[in-house]
Design a protein around this ligand. Structure first.
Ligand code: ZN
Length: 225
């Protein structure tokens, strides 16, 4: 049996809070994700108690949903992909993944799944980019068999784990112009030779990518986009 969502009246209109029962929930908690709110509760909890809990928390819930919506809208206004800024349109049907027409980027996803769909898009793009370019740079820098992983990290573009022969790339790499993304690959591959950011390290980078300094400078303009 599914519980009906609790409907809250907020300054922004009616807000649905879905009720999710789970064996793992020991007590009630509110989750707001991708501008959608839910209350998690134990399997045998009473609906009435969940409803009154949601009503007690209504101000907090409405505030968080509004904030996350705003972030999504900001994203829609300018979505950076490979150094270009697109206007995002979310479509419920008519395709899969995404489509680009001029300056419009259409993302196909379910309602409430917008932010997650954008993140999936970025990761797909980074994986495809690595599929096209990583082996080339591996050969050029004299490495092979380096494992790659794409993460949602906010704190780095790339991170090299020399002991595991692995490089992790953030989905944010897909926000950069391609030439900067290529620099991220070379930068991380060079860490297998020199782990720190010393002059020796950059000399190594320059050997494989003579114009790396320019690319690195350009990259800084895209930081946090
Ligand atoms: Zn580094």
């Amino acid at each position: 049996m599914t519980d009906l969502p609790v409907i809250l009246d907020t300054p922004d209109g009616k807000l649905e809070v879905s009720v999710v029962r789970s064996a793992r929930s020991r007590r009630m908690s509110i989750v707001v994700k991708d501008a959608a709110a839910s209350v998690r509760m134990p399997l045998r909890g009473s609906y009435a108690s969940a409803e009154s809990y949601v009503r007690r928390m209504s101000g907090w819930i409405a505030g968080h949903v509004a904030k996350q919506r705003e972030d999504l809208v900001k994203k829609q206004r300018g979505f950076w992909l490979w150094g270009e800024c697109y206007r995002v349109v979310f479509a419920r049907s008519g395709g899969r993944g995404h489509r680009i027409d001029g300056d419009a980027l259409t993302v196909f996803c379910k309602e409430g799944d917008e932010a997650a769909a954008c993140e999936r898009l970025l990761r797909r793009e980074v994986r495809a980019f690595l599929g096209r370019r990583f082996a080339y740079w591996e050969r050029l820098t004299g490495r092979n068999g380096v494992k790659t992983m794409v993460t949602g990290a906010e704190s780095y573009y790339g991170k090299c784990f020399t002991d595991r022969n692995e490089i992790r790339f953030s989905s944010r790499v897909a926000r950069l112009p391609l030439r900067c993304a290529e620099y991220v690959i070379v930068h991380e591959l060079c860490h297998f030779y020199v782990p720190d950011h010393s002059a020796a390290f950059y000399a190594k980078v320059a050997r494989f990518m003579p114009d790396y300094a320019q690319r690195r400078k350009e990259m800084k303009e895209y930081y946090k986009k």
